[in-house]
Design a protein around this ligand. Structure first.
Ligand code: UDP
Ligand code: MG
Length: 323
């Protein structure tokens, strides 16, 4: 099996020497066990780093054909860097595993990934078995992230980041999704096929610092939701309908007060209109939003289906003799 590893790197000069060393050992170990073929490769994608990352990748490539390099013209963010690496591997590999440059994802899980692939899985998710080593803050913000995502209609695999195996076929299907705002964690589950999960222990970053501070993480979550689902728009209509019921209750309440004579003249009509018009406006916005949501989904040109297997017979290839 020809395996490619795809690793996005942004200002990773602190970790690359060690990462490449460990990966080289791992890859030759896998080769010796006969799990992967000799022409398996590791692709480092330099996501417009400002430090010596690209020089290091160049040196690695010259030393050893195991390492390939892809350099982006500027920093485009982890997801796009990953995508660039995947597209470089697409027509070459039988399967691709994506992982981070800091090797927080346990590389010894690769064996399990390959086993699942050999057992027929086309998509294998690496799932963190625990978050013991994460800080309290990171653990809880991450948890909130997954909860919020699924509430807002972006279905992501719990505790799965971007450590995953994609078969060649799954990879080709992924590129059928033409949307520019591609949120991989949300799109990959949409591909389908046989999927499986590998559990692993996530380690601490061994050098350098995280490129994902809270600000980037929030932006990432927002990206994920707005690029995957139109549920936030639907919430407007729901809110409008709730407001409508509130306003009906209010009308009754204010009219009762009006007729008991327990009110200031003019106030009833004023307050009732405010509630009713508010509800009306929210519902109208929601309806418009519903259409915008449709337009939005249409522009994405997502594949309507992906065929996994086709069963037919040869004879139907002959031309029919209608004259
Ligand atoms: N990364 C990238 N471009 C960016 C930010 C990060 O390619 O703009 C890469 C980074 O080099 C690493 C991976 O994405 O390989 C994950 O980043 P990091 O380890 O800093 O995130 P954390 O593990 O702290 O969430
Ligand atoms: Mg990391």
């Amino acid at each position: 099996m020809k395996l490619f590893l795809v690793i996005p790197c942004y200002n990773e000069e602190a970790v690359l020497p060690e990462t490449s060393k460990r990966l080289k050992v791992k890859m030759s170990e896998l080769q010796k066990k006969g799990m992967i073929s000799k022409n398996s490769r590791v692709i480092f994608v330099d996501d417009g780093s400002k430090d010596k990352t690209w020089d290091l990748i160049t040196a690695l490539h010259q030393e050893d054909p195991l390492f390939w390099g892809v350099k982006l013209s500027r920093n485009r963010g982890h997801q796009n860097a990953l995508l660039a690496g995947l597209s470089a591997a697409m027509d070459k590999a039988d399967a691709v595993i994506s992982m981070d440059a800091d090797l927080q994802d346990d590389i010894n899980a690769i064996d399990a990934f390959i086993e699942k692939y050999n057992a027929g899985a086309e998509v294998v998710y690496g799932v963190r078995s625990s978050r013991k080593k994460d800080s309290f803050f990171k653990k809880n913000t991450a948890l909130a992230f997954y909860r919020l995502m699924s509430k807002l209609g972006a279905d992501v695999v719990y505790n799965h980041a971007d450590y995953r195996l994609l078969s060649n076929r799954a990879l080709h299907s992924l590129f059928e999704f033409k949307e520019v705002n591609l949120f991989l964690r949300g799109i990959v589950p949409m591909i389908g096929y046989k999927t499986d999960v590998v559990y692993y222990e996530r380690a601490e970053r061994f050098a350098g610092e995280s490129k994902y501070p809270l600000k980037k993480m929030l932006a990432f979550a927002f990206e994920g939701i707005t690029s995957l689902s139109i549920r936030p728009i639907r919430m407007i209509i729901t809110l409008g309908i709730v407001m409508l019921f509130v306003s009906i209750a209010m009308v009754i309440y204010f009219l009762v007060r009006h007729f008991i004579g327990y009110t200031v003249p003019g106030w009833t009509s004023l307050i009732v209109s405010i509630w009713a018009i508010g509800a009306l406006q929210l519902i109208s916005t929601g309806v418009i939003g519903e259409y915008i949501g449709k337009v939005y989904l249409e522009t994405k040109e997502r594949p309507r289906f992906i065929i996994e297997t086709f069963m037919g017979d040869e004879t139907s290839d002959e031309n029919s003799n209608r004259s």
